[in-house]
Ligand binder design. Structure first.
Ligand code: AVI
Length: 321
């Protein structure tokens, strides 16, 4: 008998996740759904906001400390630099530029689910660094990583931007295990962590005066209206974000401003919201250096070095398998 595999489309997964999230006792929607084309555009705006310090801090680290990072790699043969979720690549370019200047033999392998993002990244990288060897991959991180792990070339894996902060503790462990399992002994992982600091600085980064972060969250409602045939009335929701310095967690929410019912054509269901009921949309965890070290050890990596910006707001932490 012929075997049939049912592949869920992205839209079906979105529909299923939304149904699960909106029927849970404490409603939630994963922050991964922020990043449709509009949301990705708003995130670009966030990264330019004066309050959103992580981008400038990581840019500083990769601009001023590339030489030191390269020294710690200790690869004595050509290697791959594999980047997960490269974005516009402006920060990574600082590291790549230094490697190219030093005549080091490596290939840059950015991985992204969006073919459009990858095409643009390749064009931008090559216009800034024409001599760069670049082999972009489009698709799921881990399918691509499995394929790469069959190559015998050493690898430096990049997971920058503080994206790990968007994972809950068990999810971060799962992700790091997947990285670990697909790495060879001696391979390195450079991960960006946003650090705990004055709570007001963190609060302001996630609750900006211009309301760009609010628009980023509200876009979830617009996206559900468009893709799932929902009838959310945007003006009937607000945005709330809260930083708890005791556990380092920024949590963001949408708030229902009244008792209301929303219909989703795709699921054929109604979802009720009480006045002031929350939909949890994002975790942005802020780490202390000792909790990064604990995460590193717990996941069987060896810590090589923390590369921090001058204010010690952010670290790119280099680990080895
Ligand atoms: C992508 N990620 C690391 C960002 C963060 O800081 O958690 C997303 C973001 N959310 C609100 N502002 C930025």
């Amino acid at each position: 008998m012929m075997e049939t595999t049912i592949l869920e489309t992205e839209l079906e997964l979105f529909e299923k996740d939304i149904d699960l999230g909106l029927t849970a006792p404490f409603k939630h929607i994963s922050s991964k759904y922020f990043y449709d084309d509009i949301g990705s555009g708003i995130f670009q705006e966030i990264m330019k906001m004066p309050e959103y310090y992580p981008t400038a801090c990581e840019f500083e680290i990769l601009s001023l400390q590339s030489e030191q990072i390269i020294e710690k790699l200790k690869f004595d043969e050509p290697f791959n630099i594999v980047e997960f979720g490269a974005g516009d690549g402006i920060k990574t370019r600082q590291l790549l530029k230094k490697l190219v200047e030093k005549g080091i033999d490596f290939t840059y392998v950015p991985i992204d689910i969006s073919a459009k993002a990858i095409r643009e990244l390749k064009a931008n990288m090559l216009s800034a660094l024409p001599e760069l060897k670049i082999k972009p991959l489009t698709g799921n991180y881990f399918t691509m990583m499995e394929e790469l792990s069959e190559l015998k070339i050493p690898g430096l894996f990049l997971f920058l931007g503080g994206n790990i902060g968007n994972y809950q503790s068990n999810e971060a462990d799962q992700l790091l295990t997947q990285f670990f399992d697909n790495m060879k002994p001696g391979d390195k992982l450079l991960t960006g962590f946003d650090l705990q600091k004055n709570p007001s600085t963190i609060r302001d980064a996630y609750d900006d005066k211009a309301g760009i972060t609010k628009a980023f969250n509200m876009n979830l409602l617009t996206r559900m209206n468009r893709e799932l045939g929902a009838d959310f009335k945007i003006g009937q929701f607000d945005f709330y974000s809260h930083y708890d310095p005791a556990n380092g967690e920024v949590k963001s929410y949408l708030v229902s401003l009244l008792d209301q019912r929303v219909y989703l054509q795709k699921t054929g269901k109604h979802y009720s919201f009480r006045k002031n009921e929350l939909i949890w949309t994002e975790l942005s965890k802020k780490y202390a250096l000792d909790s990064i070290e604990e995460l590193c050890n717990r996941n069987n990596f060896t810590l090589i070095n923390h590369f921090m910006d001058c204010k010690h707001y952010f670290t790119d932490s280099l680990w080895m398998k």
